[in-house]
Design a protein around this ligand. Structure first.
Ligand SMILES: Nc1nc2c(ncn2[C@@H]2O[C@H](COP(=O)(O)OP(=O)(O)OP(=O)(O)O)[C@@H](O)[C@H]2O)c(=O)[nH]1
Ligand SMILES: [Mg+2]
Length: 436
């Protein structure tokens, strides 16, 4: 097996850069580059590092991890050198000159960790998510997944299945003995319980998807009511063009924000009306689509026309029951009691709107203790498992029941990587960055 190496910190200038290598040539690297012949595992050594011609590259801190007690399960060395482009470039070039050493592919360190059973696939995916986490809720769930919550759950379910399966198979192997009815009843009961558990687990109300992709909130209303002005207030920057010309916004303008730790994408859209020309018509078409797809819609109306809301907006809101109405331009009229009023020009009333937005987000995402299904592949395999379990309940023969239970166990094993699935490995690890 090759020894792989990569820059594990982000490229570019920095105080310190970490270059990591894993594989059988780690000792050669320690000797030839760090001039260390007897590395002490897990101890930081201050060492000068050299290229293969003996020219000093830099001073560094060198850490050696002896396999299997390392991230990848192999021998690993981490070189913490100074983070200049020149140092990094020269060190990487030097490592590439050592026979059987090559630059790692994206995610290859973690891939090796999975191969050496340091973690399962769900934990590895938790790690990918942790690296990409931008909000606190994303970080919290990623840490949990990396810690093995999903693995534990799926392994438990798989063990139950394998237990049932082994009971049945014992009787298949000895057909002269009839399987006692109480065994069959127990297996059916266990299968039924598992079906219920998986069904409730699968129904995560889209939380996992939203945690990963963001909760989508769309702004809508007639032209000129102040959607773009409100967008700029929410974003606290000038992201959308504001003008007194009706029909200014055409393209969807998106801004991603962190709301109570959750990722939220706000979308400013074209004002709804009978379009005056082709481009506006396209803008409105996109707006209507976004309103329909959004998790939550903020409809803006002009406080001066209270309580009238234009037809087009009313029509659009029928397609999305999760919406609130905000009366804007409150500075131009008397206060309207019991309504959410706003002045998007000055930001007055924004606190109340933020309160409503935050409440929606927190309600949608739950208390934080729920399981999240952040990947489609989990859902696909869980559904396969569920279907096989259901089929097993009505299987006309013991052999067929066993086959369905085997398929169900395999589907669960596919999530954690308990079965041989090298093509799946490639898909998952290609989304990593190099050096992890
Ligand atoms: N007085 C007052 N004027 C506002 C307020 N909010 C927006 N406006 C003005 O209303 C006009 C339209 O604002 P926009 O934010 O561009 O409205 P819009 O809904 O995005 O309009 P379209 O993109 O054309 O659909 C601008 O002249 C804004 O300055 C407000 O609260 N009070
Ligand atoms: Mg606009």
């Amino acid at each position: 097996m090759d020894t792989i190496f990569a820059l594990s910190t982000s490229p570019g200038q920095a105080g310190i850069a970490v270059i990591r290598a894993s594989g059988p040539c780690v000792h050669t690297i320690l000797q030839k580059v760090c001039h260390i012949t007897h590395p002490r595992p897990r101890y930081a050594s201050f060492a000068s590092i050299y290229d293969l011609d003996g020219e000093k590259i830099d001073d560094a801190i060198v850490l050696f991890f002896k396999g299997p007690n390392s991230f990848t399960g192999e021998n690993v060395v981490e070189i913490q050198c100074h983070g200049s482009r020149a140092v990094i470039q020269h060190l990487l070039k030097t490592l590439s000159q050592i026979p059987n050493c090559r630059l790692a592919e994206p995610g290859e360190f973690t891939k090796r960790a999975v191969y050496h059973q340091k973690m399962d696939l769900t934990a590895a995916e938790g790690l990918i998510d942790l690296i990409h986490a931008e909000t606190q809720a994303q970080r919290k769930w990623a840490v949990k997944q990396m810690g093995g919550v999903l693995q534990k759950l799926y392994d438990e379910w798989r063990d139950t299945l394998i237990h049932s399966l082994s009971l049945i198979e014992a009787y298949i192997d000895f057909p002269e003995e009839e399987i006692p009815q109480t065994y069959l009843d127990d297996i059916s009961r266990e299968t039924q319980t598992l079906i219920e558990k998986i069904e409730s687990h699968l129904d995560d109300k889209g939380r996992g998807k939203r945690l990963k992709e963001g909760i989508s909130i769309a702004l809508t209303g007639a032209p000129n009511v102040g959607k773009s002005s409100l967008m700029n207030q929410l974003a606290q920057k000038d992201v959308a063009i504001v003008s007194s010309t009706a029909g200014t916004t055409r393209d969807i303008v998106e801004v991603s924000m962190d709301v109570s730790g959750y990722p939220v994408t706000f979308a400013d859209t074209a004002g709804l009306r009978e379009p005056t020309e082709e481009i506006e018509a396209e803008g409105i078409k996109r707006a209507l689509h976004r309103i329909q797809e959004a998790d939550f819609v903020i409809a803006i109306a002009d406080a001066q026309s209270y309580p009238h809301i234009d037809e087009a907006t009313q029509e659009a809101l029928k397609n999305n029951p999760r919406h609130i109405i905000v009366w804007n331009k409150s500075d131009l009229t008397e206060k309207i009691p019991h309504e959410l009023c706003l002045c998007a020009k000055t930001g007055e009333g924004l606190d109340e709107l933020w309160y409503q937005i935050t409440s929606f987000v927190v309600e949608t995402m739950g208390t934080g203790s729920e399981m999240m299904l952040t990947r489609e592949r989990y859902k696909t395999s869980l559904t396969d498992c569920l279907n096989a379990l259901k089929r097993s309940l009505t299987a006309p023969a013991l052999e067929l029941q066993a086959e369905e239970l085997r398929l169900a166990a395999q589907a669960l094993g596919k999530i954690t990587g308990r079965v041989q699935i090298s093509e799946l490995f490639d898909i998952i690890f290609s989304t990593f960055c190099i050096g992890k």
